[in-house]
Design a protein around this ligand. Structure first.
Ligand SMILES: [Zn+2]
Length: 127
């Protein structure tokens, strides 16, 4: 995956994260909310916010982490962002092949290609 692709998926993940956080009510009365209103939905405002107030956001996310389905999803999105940083994003953790882009667009936190995922699900169901 080249830099452009990584950037593209990072934006998708950032957006999903913001949607999730908004759903969870995190963005109420926050600086981020004010900022995004000012910039009428400009996503770069989010990255700016993250860099600026990273610690606070991280602490709140950590506190929430794993407490619910949304929390786990948030955790997975954060892991996906880590993989983008590490340059391992988009590789299947089972077979090491590239995960297809349409799949990543649908499930940006995917860690397995559709083949391995299907095989694993079959195994889990005892098929
Ligand atoms: Zn695979």
């Amino acid at each position: 995956m080249n830099k452009e692709d990584l950037k593209y998926f990072k934006e998708i993940i950032d957006k999903k994260k913001q949607e999730l956080l908004a759903e969870l009510g995190y963005l109420e009365n926050s600086t981020l909310n004010a900022t995004s209103k000012d910039q009428s939905g400009d996503l770069s405002a989010y990255s700016f916010h993250m860099a600026d107030q990273g610690t606070d956001t991280m602490e709140r996310e950590k506190a929430f982490s794993l407490a619910s389905r949304e929390g786990r999803y948030l955790h997975h999105l954060n892991e996906a962002l880590d993989r983008i940083e590490a340059g391992t994003y988009g590789k299947c953790r089972s077979c090491g092949n590239d995960i297809s882009k349409p799949r990543l667009e649908a499930v940006p936190n995917a860690t397995q290609c559709i083949k391995c995922k299907t095989a694993e699900e079959k195994k889990q169901r005892g098929l």
